[in-house]
Every structure is written in structure tokens, then in C-alpha cells.
Design a protein around this ligand. Structure first.
Ligand code: APR
Length: 246
């Protein structure tokens, strides 16, 4: 009996990478588009340890606005389609890792699992004094107290800034080094180490797919690409892969 394309594809070790583009239609800004976040804020001021040391109030204000924006944002069709793909792939015995560069919680709210937030999360805070990490959904400031050690003024957003090491990078590299399918969604391919993942996957023979509004800086490395708004192209790709006629 002809199974779905996924069953016939027989991809058993799948890694998915997402970037700001998958959350764009949920109202969360992207960074490098013409109206992107880095056109209205200097990343040196709000996304580096040096910027935070120079002006912590500016950085807290920047992340407070983005954290507040989460409350009015909702997962879009692309997040849900991706969660459906993951669930179906796992039911067929495949291993799926979702690596996101995004600090929003829209993948979680759409039902995705085994999510690695390599650039951290807006809804988490880390204390420079005790190293404790806590869920944090409200505004943060120099007046905020660390729930773990009680210290005032030591909390920072649990977000990986430029010059800092992304989370779980060794585990991510291990999984990409052995994957047979690598799918990249909504990322410009401008920021390393994430921008290097497709070459690592392609280099060891994985099938690589780019789903993006337009060809990214790495478009030429991918086995195939589907271009358009994520709410259309992710849905289309997932339906094609999951459909019975493959
Ligand atoms: N649907 C699909 N793709 C989209 C959409 C959309 N509606 N809108 C924009 N895109 C694409 C853009 O064409 C671009 O290729 O999403 C990509 C967004 O690229 P960036 O703004 O560079 O975001 P990202 O790749 O996630 O940035 C990586 O850089 O600033 C750091 O830490 C930050 O995690 C971020 C990292």
C-alpha cells in the first residue's frame, strides 16, 4: 500500500531550524528585513553584554516591549503545520529535533516538542549573582529581585547576545551530523553558528529543504527550496509530505 511521502521518504533523523520569519505573520518582528528590528535599534546597544553593561535600562526596555508583545501574538498556520509534521513523523518512528533561533514561545503554544532555544527565551530570566534561571513574563528592571537569591538588580533577559555562546550547540551539531533531513524555515542565513548548519547537514548527505519568504544567503546549498510566506509554504510542504499520494 502506498504510504504517505513521509513513510516512503523514510527520513528517520530529522532536524528543523527556524528563525524570525516563521513568527513574522504572528506579528513578531524580524531582524534584517527592510522594516526589521535592527533598522530601529542598534544591536550593539541592546543585544550585546557590553550594551547591557553600558545601559541596562535601555536593554530592559527593549526586551520588556518584546516580552509584552508575546501576550498579543499567537502561533500562526506555519507553527501549527510544523507541530503536525513533527507529531506525524514521531508516530512513524522518526526522531525530530526542533532548533529555533527565536526567543518567542510560539512553537510551544502550537504544540511542538523537543524544542531547543539556541538563542534563549523571552519568558526566562537569569541572575548574574547566583546563576539561577526563572520563568519571567512581566517587565524586568534594575529594581527586579532574583526569586532564587533575592539580589536586586542582578537579573538579565535569558537571551543569548552577540559574542555569547548559543545554548546546546554541541548537541545540535551532533544531531545535524547524523540527520537525514534538515529543514530550515524563516531564517536569513546571516548569523553563525545557525547559518552554518545547512552545510554541515548537506556535507554528510542529508536532504536539505529551505522554506522562506525569499532565497536566503545559503539558498544555493539546499537540495530544494519553497518560497513565499511561511503560513503558505510550510503548510504546502507539510501537506505534500504527509499526503497519502505523496
Ligand atoms: N514567511 C517566511 N519567511 C519570512 C517571512 C514570512 N512571512 N518574513 C520574513 N521572512 C524571512 C526573511 O526573508 C529572512 O530571510 O525570514 C528571514 C528573517 O531573517 P532575520 O531577520 O535575519 O532573522 P533570523 O534569521 O532569525 O536572525 C537570526 O540574528 O539578530 C539575531 O538573535 C537574532 O535569532 C536572530 C538571529
Amino acid at each position: 500500500m502506498l504510504g504517505s511521502a513521509l513513510e516512503r521518504m523514510m527520513y528517520r533523523r530529522i532536524v528543523i531550524l527556524t528563525g524570525a520569519g516563521i513568527s513574522a505573520e504572528s506579528g513578531m518582528g524580524t531582524f534584517r528585513d527592510k522594516d526589521g528590528i535592527w533598522t530601529t535599534h542598534r544591536l550593539e546597544d541592546v543585544a550585546t553584554p557590553q550594551g547591557f553593561a553600558r545601559n541596562p535600562t535601555l536593554v530592559h526596555t527593549f526586551y520588556n516591549l518584546r516580552r509584552a508583545g508575546l501576550k498579543s501574538a499567537a502561533p500562526n498556520r506555519a507553527h501549527f503545520a510544523l507541530a503536525e509534521f513533527e507529531q506525524r513523523a514521531r508516530s512513524l518512528g522518526s526522531d525530530v529535533m526542533l532548533v529555533t533561533q527565536n526567543v518567542d514561545d510560539l512553537h510551544e503554544r502550537a504544540g511542538s516538542q523537543s524544542i531547543v532555544h539556541m538563542h534563549g527565551e523571552l519568558t526566562s530570566a537569569v541572575c548574574a549573582s547566583c546563576g539561577g534561571r526563572v520563568r519571567w513574563e512581566e517587565d524586568m528592571s534594575l529594581e527586579s529581585l532574583c526569586p532564587s537569591c533575592g539580589r536586586q538588580g542582578a537579573l538579565r533577559p535569558d537571551v543569548v547576545w552577540f559574542g555569547e555562546v548559543p545554548h546546546s550547540i554541541d548537541e545540535i551539531h551532533d544531531r545535524i551530523s547524523t540527520c537525514d533531513l534538515f529543514v530550515s524555515i524563516g531564517t536569513s542565513g546571516e548569523v553563525y553558528p545557525a547559518a552554518g548548519f545547512v552545510r554541515l547537514a548537506a556535507g554528510q548527505g542529508a536532504h536539505t529543504v529551505e522554506l522562506n519568504l525569499e532565497p536566503s544567503a545559503n539558498a544555493g546549498v539546499f537540495s530544494e527550496g519553497l518560497y513565499g510566506p511561511a503560513t503558505q509554504v510550510v503548510d504546502r510542504w507539510v501537506n505534500a509530505v504527509l499526503s497519502s499520494d505523496g
